[in-house]
Design a protein around this ligand. Structure first.
Ligand code: DLL
Length: 432
């Protein structure tokens, strides 16, 4: 099913026309209402009259997370506070949170985007949504909530955590759709297994997972453990929250709601656009946002875009799975390493659980990586030789994929701390 066929399946020329008109309008809006952008555009020697079609976007300034922090909390709002009806914020690891404000129309646009997502996953008014993303300043809970209500589904606003209660309600209320981070879904899967409640007594069929990078192997693992179909949902607070992008039944990339959020891929070093299909940093320009519209916001997420029509009939551009964030990329002895690469190696070997923790240190001026990984119960053994052989196998595989040596520590099942939200999988102790 398609929620908004007119837009989701619109031919490319028409979508570009709409994007062009909206771009011009939004540039005028920020120029006249956000002193930060007026100043930036004046510094570049441009006015809204210089922006006439999509190609002119390259003339516009970029925006970074630092700009949001410098204008904390409401400096980038383009409307008076009396028009802001919702405030969300995402806490970074350092400094002040990034704050975003929504007008009533922004909330309705966001809800429309989520309705497209949920419909693409095959959900409708007959479904019961268990929303186990955090409610609060994080956009996951409330964002998904409004979208699910809008398609007429029944919503259980349970938020994240309290895993025992999650599975009791999932069982008793007959939840059919679970929304949470992919890492938390594995925690829930283990809890269901421990509960001894037979799987046939649960009605769960769809998982809506996002908010952190996850791999194809992780998808397979979740689908096998929970006996559901797992879909990707992409988003970030600065742009809307969840629902910026979604998979369809073809699972051939994540469709972006590009009538509201115009995507570009740039080379993060040269800041120049790369060709379609090439990997680079994803950049978004708001096309319809009233409250806090951003021009060319650098997400730091690394991916590629594909413009060919999808077999589902949708023409909205498809984005590859997020490879990682450029700021999550570790540089180990000069080699680039993404946590998702490590996850793929662990999950392609049946002996390991998808739970791991990577610690990076600098010892005697040399970067060292230590990987703790859980062995599955049926492979975990007291026989030291078996464990040594298993460790060697993993070290060799990691070496061939990463081109680096990793110190591996095999640990007992369930010994690595679980997360109910975004998983923390890397600890970098280097003082760089
Ligand atoms: O994580 C919004 C969200 C909530 C998305 C629920 C999906 C589901 P932030 O906390 O601002 O917002 O974090 C945004 O998380 O830039 C990506 O690095 C990462 N991310 C989000 N979704 C995905 C995904 C929410 N599906 C940051 N795959 C983004 C990979 C994702 N990374």
């Amino acid at each position: 099913m398609i929620w908004n066929e007119n837009i989701e399946c619109m031919d490319r020329d028409s979508i570009r026309k709409i994007q062009s008109i909206r771009l011009k309008k939004i540039v005028e809006h920020v120029y006249h209402n956000t002193p930060f952008y007026r100043k930036k555009m004046q510094e570049l020697g441009i006015t809204p009259d210089d922006i006439n079609d999509l190609d002119d976007i390259a003339k516009l300034p970029f925006t970074t997370k630092l700009d949001l922090r410098d204008n904390y909390p409401f400096g980038l709002c383009a409307v008076p506070m009396s028009q802001i009806v919702r405030i969300h914020a995402s806490s970074g690891t350092t400094g002040k949170p990034t704050v975003v404000g929504y007008t009533r129309k922004d909330l309705s646009t966001w809800t429309e985007c989520l309705s497209r997502c949920f419909t693409a996953y095959g959900a409708d008014s007959s479904d019961i949504f268990q929303i186990a993303y955090g409610y609060g300043l994080f956009t996951g809970g409330l964002g998904a909530h409004y979208g699910a209500e809008n398609i007429g589904a029944s919503v259980i606003p349970i938020s994240s955590g309290n895993t025992e209660k999650q599975i009791t309600l999932m069982h008793d209320f007959g939840s059919t759709v679970l929304c949470c981070t992919p890492s938390y879904s594995l925690f829930i899967a283990d809890a269901i297994k421990d509960s001894m409640m037979p799987r046939k007594d649960f009605r769960l069929k769809i998982g809506v997972f996002g908010a952190e990078p996850w791999t194809e192997s992780m998808r397979k693992e979740i689908e096998e453990k929970l006996l559901i179909k797992a879909y990707d949902m992409y988003g970030l607070s600065e742009i809307a929250g969840p629902g910026v992008g979604y998979e369809c039944e073809c699972q051939n990339g994540t469709h972006l709601n590009e009538d509201h959020f115009f995507p570009e891929i740039i080379d993060p070093k040269t800041l120049q656009p790369v060709a379609p299909g090439e990997t680079g940093e994803l950049v978004f320009t708001h096309l319809t946002k009233e409250g806090m519209p951003l021009l060319r916001y650098r997400t730091k997420d690394l991916t590629a875009l594909h413009y060919e029509k999808c077999s589902c009939g949708r023409t909205l551009v498809r984005m590859d799975r997020i490879l990682g964030r450029s700021d999550d990329m570790l540089i180990i002895r000069g080699v680039n390493v993404f946590p998702t690469q490590i996850e793929s190696v662990i999950l392609e070997m049946s002996e390991f659980e998808p739970h791991y923790l990577l610690t990076v240190d600098r010892i005697n001026n040399t970067d060292m990586m230590e990987l703790k990984v859980e062995v599955r119960p049926d492979f975990y053994s007291d026989e030291i030789n078996k464990m040594i052989a298993l460790k060697k196998k993993l070290v060799a595989r990691l070496h061939s994929v990463l081109g680096l040596g990793v110190e591996v520590k095999l640990v007992e099942p369930r010994s690595i701390e679980r997360s109910v939200g975004k998983a923390k999988r890397v600890i970098d102790n280097r003082k760089l």
